[in-house]
Design a protein around this ligand. Structure first.
Ligand code: F6P
Length: 358
């Protein structure tokens, strides 16, 4: 008897058996995303030979230069998902306005999709890991057409979330609300196989990830946490820490899901017009759900990320996630700081400039 891991399709069918009334439309959404990711994995693997390295000469809604692969990845997602008729709206990092199904074509789609088609795209040209991140939300009942506000649901309402990592091997990591599971692409079969069932983030860890070039802009709780890590055995933590930074959040998240650690892209004072670097709806929420489903914790530093009510489709926010005890410690440092400094530091206190920015 062959002892072969099950495929993503088999996994989804088994999950669906628990919901006898389900139409299969949800599985179609996830499989369409997985197909788009397989296509992108091929393009990424061909590297410069695909003629897709370099910038596209355009900027996205965030004012960031778009790479050719950003643009292609966005189209791949849009095309793959529009065809099936199961999503009524799609929000992407690469588009100012969401794609909204016209009543006539996809009136019945039960879901909304938010995605970052190619996370970490500055790593493409240097041949480092990049990925795609997605979040599935329920569309409003009654088949009405979608408005932008329909995407503004807290992360706890996600039906599913996942990412594909285009690394030495391509992986698809998924939660449908019952644990977080990793599938590896078998390039011969063209199938994702369940190789990492029930990923668990260790509660404690000695590894952290942060872009330290921003240290002069950090707020005191983050500075305190990192300084204590750096002090190692001689400091209050009484143990040495290791540091890693890939600059593709999807790859940092994958390392943390596999062996623990903490990732921080906190709100800082670098650009007072922004309340963080990463985008809530298609970066933080999906990664947050995957991490929490694996027993880790995800936070803005002050509040659980999945409880935050979004204020706009491209909202940025501070993001800290990973091993539970480390994230709880960072949250505690934020609380302690508020207690300590609130009365006399108007720039940083609860009502101050840097706290109120959306
Ligand atoms: O768009 C987000 C992203 O590419 C993340 O994947 C990554 O963690 C971060 O930006 C890197 O940003 P920076 O270049 O500021 O360190």
């Amino acid at each position: 008897m062959l002892n072969q891991p099950i495929t993503l399709t088999q996994y989804l069918i088994e999950e669906r058996r628990r919901f006898p009334l389900a139409s299969g439309s949800f599985n179609s959404v996830v499989l369409a995303v997985a197909l788009a990711c397989k296509a992108l994995s091929r393009k990424v693997a061909y590297g410069v030979l695909a003629g897709l390295h370099g910038q596209a000469g355009s900027v996205n809604v965030q004012g960031e230069s778009q790479y050719k692969l950003d643009v292609l990845a966005n189209e791949q997602f849009l095309q793959g998902l529009q065809w099936g008729g199961n999503v009524r709206g799609m929000l992407s990092e690469e588009m100012q306005d969401p794609w909204l199904a016209k009543d006539a074509d996809v009136a019945a789609g039960d879901y909304l999709l938010a995605f970052d088609p190619l996370d970490g795209s500055s790593n493409i040209d240097v041949n480092l890991s990049v990925g795609s991140i997605f979040s599935v939300l329920r569309a409003p009942e009654g088949g009405r057409s979608i408005r932008v506000e329909d995407f503004l649901q807290p992360g706890a309402r996600q039906v599913a979330a996942g990412y594909a990592l285009y690394g030495p091997s391509t992986m698809f990591v998924l939660t449908v609300g019952r644990g977080t599971h990793g599938f590896t692409l078998n390039p011969e079969l063209g199938e994702f196989l369940l190789t990492h069932p029930d990923l668990r983030v260790p509660e404690e860890s000695q590894e952290f990830a942060i872009n330290a070039s921003n240290s002069r802009f950090w707020e005191p709780p983050i500075r305190r946490y990192v300084e204590e890590c750096l002090a190692g055995k001689n400091g209050v933590r009484e143990k040495d820490f290791n540091m890693r930074w890939i600059a593709s959040m999807v790859a940092d998240a994958h390392r943390i899901l596999t062996r623990g650690g903490v990732f921080m892209y906190p709100r800082d004072t670098k650009d007072p017009a922004q309340s963080g670097r990463l985008r809530l709806l298609y970066e933080c929420n999906p990664i947050g759900l995957l991490i929490e489903q694996a027993g880790g914790r995800a936070s803005s530093g002050e509040a659980p990320i999945l409880e935050i009510a979004p204020s706009g489709p491209h909202q940025r926010i501070g993001f800290v996630f990973g091993s539970k005890q480390e994230v709880e410690r960072i949250e505690r440092y934020h609380r302690e700081r508020v207690d300590e400094v609130e009365p006399d530091t108007p720039l940083f206190n609860r009502r101050g400039l840097f706290r109120s920015m959306a």
